[in-house]
Design a protein around this ligand. Sequence first.
Ligand SMILES: C[S@@+](CC[C@H](N)C(=O)[O-])C[C@H]1O[C@@H](n2cnc3c(N)ncnc32)[C@H](O)[C@@H]1O
Length: 291
Amino acid sequence: MSTICKNWTQWLKETRFSSLTEEMKSQTLDWLDSVGTAVVNMAQIQANDTVLDIGCGTGLLGFKAVEALEKLNGQGKVIFSDKFIDCVETCEGFLKENPSKVKCEFLNASCEDLQLPDNTVDKAMLRSVLVHIVDKQPAINEIYRVVKPGGVFCAFEPIIRSNTRYSELLDPKYIDSYHEFKDAEDKIMSDVTDSLCNFDDFTLKGNLDKAGFSSSSTMIHTIESKYTVTREMVIPWFVSPPSPDRPSMKERFLKFFDEAKVDKYISDIQNYLEGREISLKTNSVLLYAVK
Ligand SMILES: C[S@@+](CC[C@H](N)C(=O)[O-])C[C@H]1O[C@@H](n2cnc3c(N)ncnc32)[C@H](O)[C@@H]1O
């Protein structure tokens, strides 16, 4: 686990916002809410559906599914599942404090071994979970196994390898060893053993088809955000881990360079970007598949 983030609940509630201003945090929360709504709407939940939220985290999708079922007034239920117990317990705790008439179950299981019988759920959904699994095919095969014939799988995943890179924001004239760091960043982003960047919409579509899903489709979603960089923002970009158990960008660069060189690079970036408006492209994909 990272030294600055002890578990997924902490990452979801605090760490992921550490480089953001209050205004950016609020925009991010609105965006996450709209993404959750988009995934749950895609699932077209029916009154008696069994809905599975895989890698539920703090319940972004699962609680929206509960709301959808509350309105439909049927016998449907939601299963909150996550590999990490702190997430399952967080969702369970929230529902104890905010009871719902919709039946909810809690499952401490990984996406690669969902611990449910074959053909159990009408709707399986996830957001930003496959990005944390190195080998996506067994995970998607497992999702296929638990979805009922005619059931739906829908998801939203970031496509990190095609996002704007640090090197694209910089002017080589002002950054020591710019080309060495650019090469290192390109290597990091094309590492096939790294779950965060070893896939895109095309490979995910291949995984869905190979698992046996029919009518699978992918829709790319690109956001261009512009903002002015402050000095304080830059350090968290490099030291915040992308998940509790994965190295930060600084730790990744330390595989290529010594610490003094990495710190100099980060400080050059602070000096160059402070007060400048940057434009960042962030890519994600919406997946929809029927068994
Ligand atoms: C970025 S969070 C997303 C949480 C939630 N789906 C959301 O949209 O806010 C990633 C989640 O995936 C879970 N996770 C990571 N690896 C997993 C795996 N192999 N199987 C199931 N869940 C996993 C983590 O515990 C965490 O809750």
